[in-house]
Design a protein around this ligand. Structure first.
Ligand code: ADP
Length: 473
């Protein structure tokens, strides 16, 4: 069985801003169950702690530009996985993870270089893995350093590198001066390596230098090779198409199952759905919607308020939605424009629109359960987890047919629309609302979704096959 060292910027339950953390919180354990030896490395941000934490290595030598940084490695072992944390307070003991007050930390390239260099130092000093499995731009410098600075280390050169793209929209782009700050050879500053329109693009460096690439759904693996979804990297991704695989994310049903979910006011199963109505009543009362809201479909959204998620479409149909027999409850935060939009909608029609602007895992579970219909009209969606949770919670989703949304939802379990256009979304929502009133067939739809199985074991098997193939190849 292979030794895998994973590197990522967020891992649930230690820290989470989005789906990457969910994946990192469950894929390693699924791989461990399947017999792999997995270590996961992430920064020890402020607040990352646990009663089982211990110091694993004092003063690991991490060099950047001739300067030795003070780095310790802390760790804990859970579910057969070795979680390791780079303790470098100067870089990670800060108020925000990636940003503060809406502004990215100016030294993010250095912060994640330290993470990657710590992984390489761990490989040299503690244990050499068979595979480095790095995630997103924050892990992309690992193969770059491995194949440049560390080219003289024959053992390190044998380690295979796999880079998983969780979202091509975030590439880690910095000014040209970053080359020197990262101690990278200027010879790598060309369009075939790290250079991207005059800037340094860390993800691009990783895409060029890794042995294999994956992304989080088969559909997205195709889409990113086109101009519409490639963010300028489509040419490179087409060149690498022979070493690019789409592996659908799984979900952790120990965390997301309405039969056992501790956050819910009532539990329910496909055989006995009564608890779902209790969950809906809880939302209606909690958010101060009128009692009539119980007799019309309740739409739910849980999302980062990011450009990719389709809030411009929602903005354009909000007026028309208010005239439909529905209510909408939204949990999310991010772009202040959309935060304000949802506040305005609630002020305008408190009988129809409710919001919680912020981050609450508990409320995310309660909305998945209490809503009747879930909305995810994304412009692009590498995999998407919320629509998969919503299937399990008997909350058929209305999705735009893109990326993982297209791969996981069909007309039997949810509702798809294709064109990225407000009218297309509105038609989809209207159709879902109309279907909701046909209670018998609606319950059939709920149960078909609840019966779907997107657990990790299958996807973990796909990663295992890929590791094998890399190690044999
Ligand atoms: P993305 O990774 O692009 O944010 P995903 O659908 O893959 O989208 O994953 C989002 C994850 O983050 C889900 O687990 C979702 O429940 C959670 N999430 C997003 N926004 C919030 C929020 N405001 N409060 C709590 N959980 C949230």
């Amino acid at each position: 069985m292979a030794k895998i060292l994973m590197v990522a910027s967020e891992v649930a339950p230690f820290v989470k801003t989005g789906g990457l953390a969910d994946v990192m919180g469950s894929l390693p354990a699924a791989l461990a169950r399947a017999g792999e030896t997995v270590t996961v490395l992430m920064p020890r941000y402020r607040g990352v702690n646990g009663a089982d934490f211990r110091r694993v290595r004092e003063d690991l030598p991490v060099w950047l530009n001739g300067f030795r940084h003070r780095v310790n490695i802390d760790g804990c072992d859970r579910e057969g996985v070795a979680y390791r944390f780079v303790d470098a307070p100067w870089f990670y003991d800060r108020e925000g993870i990636y940003s503060s007050g809406g502004k990215d930390w100016g030294d993010n390239h250095i912060r994640y270089a330290i993470l990657c260099l710590a992984a390489l130092a761990m490989a040299q000093e503690l244990e050499m893995p068979d595979v480095f499995h790095v995630h997103d731009w924050q892990g992309a410098l690992l193969p770059v350093y491995q194949r440049s600075w560390f080219a003289g280390d024959a053992r390190l050169q044998q380690v295979k590198t796999l880079l998983t793209i969780h979202n091509l929209g975030y590439q880690g782009r910095f000014g040209a001066a970053a080359m020197g700050e990262l101690g990278l050879d200027q010879k790598l500053f060309h369009a075939g390596a790290l250079e991207y329109y005059g800037d340094v693009n860390l993800l691009k460096g990783g895409l060029v230098m890794s042995d294999w690439l994956t992304t989080v759904s088969p559909r997205y693996a195709q889409e990113i090779q086109t101009a519409e979804y490639g963010f300028g990297l489509e040419g490179l991704l087409r060149e690498r198409a022979g070493s690019l695989t789409g592996i659908l994310n799984g979900v952790d049903y120990r965390e997301w199952d309405p039969a056992t979910d501790h956050y819910l006011p009532a539990n329910y199963t496909p055989e006995d759905l009564r608890g779902k109505r209790e969950c809906k009543r809880y939302l209606v009362e909690y958010f101060g919607l009128p009692p009539e809201a119980m007799e019309r479909p309740l739409l739910g959204i849980v999302s980062r308020f990011a450009e990719q998620k389709g809030f411009d479409l929602i903005e354009q149909i909000a007026g028309a939605l208010a005239d439909e027999p529905m209510s909408l409850v939204v949990l999310g935060s991010g772009n202040p424009h959309w935060e304000q939009m949802f506040r305005n909608l609630t002020n305008w029609r408190p009988d129809k629109f409710a919001n919680w602007i912020g981050f609450s895992n508990e409320m995310a579970h309660r909305i998945e359960a209490g809503a009747d219909i879930f909305l995810m009209p994304s412009r692009y969606e590498p995999c998407g987890l919320n629509q998969i949770y919503s299937l399990k919670y008997g909350t058929p989703p209305v999705v735009r047919a893109t990326g993982g949304l297209d791969d996981t939802i069909d007309g039997e379990t949810g509702f798809k629309f294709w064109e990225y256009h407000p009218e297309a979304l509105l038609q989809g929502v209207r159709y879902a609302i109309e279907r909701w009133y046909d209670r018998d067939s609606w319950q059939g739809r709920m149960r078909r979704g609840m019966a779907k199985d997107f657990s990790w074991d299958r996807s973990a098997g796909d990663y295992q096959r890929l590791y094998r193939q890399l190690l044999e190849g």
